[in-house]
Design a protein. Structure first.
Length: 120
């Protein structure tokens, strides 16, 4: 299973990658913004799960989610948003855009594991 982790913070990408590795997911690509993630998705058609931050330069996570959902080949791709945006309004906005699950930073490895299992 191939996962794509998108976050402009290299530290946060490393934390998520390390957590995923501990629960058995070693095939992880990473991007620092939505634009880079979209390009990676065009080069790697076998991405099984997208984990994205909301607030990033060039193309934010919400724009990425909308772009991904606009493509029929990605309509069933599980998307988890990991962000500091924890307000009810933001969660609803993300879910309406097509996010399958939502994690508010900071989070524990257990929360990431549970949210990942939920979308699989």
């Amino acid at each position: 299973m191939k996962l794509l982790v998108v976050d402009d913070s290299s530290t946060m990408r490393r934390i998520i990658k390390n957590t995923l590795a501990r629960i058995g997911h070693k095939d992880v690509l990473e991007a620092e913004n939505g634009k880079d993630a979209w390009n990676l998705m065009q080069e790697n058609s076998d991405i099984d799960i997208l984990i994205t931050d909301w607030n990033m330069p060039e193309m934010n996570g919400l724009e990425l989610v909308k772009k991904v959902r606009a493509e029929s080949k990605y309509e069933d791709l599980p998307i988890i948003m990991v962000t500091t945006e924890g307000g009810k309004k933001e969660v609803i906005t993300a879910l309406k855009a097509g996010v399958n699950n939502y994690i508010v930073k900071p989070f524990t490895p257990q929360v990431l594991k549970e949210k990942l299992e939920d979308v699989l």
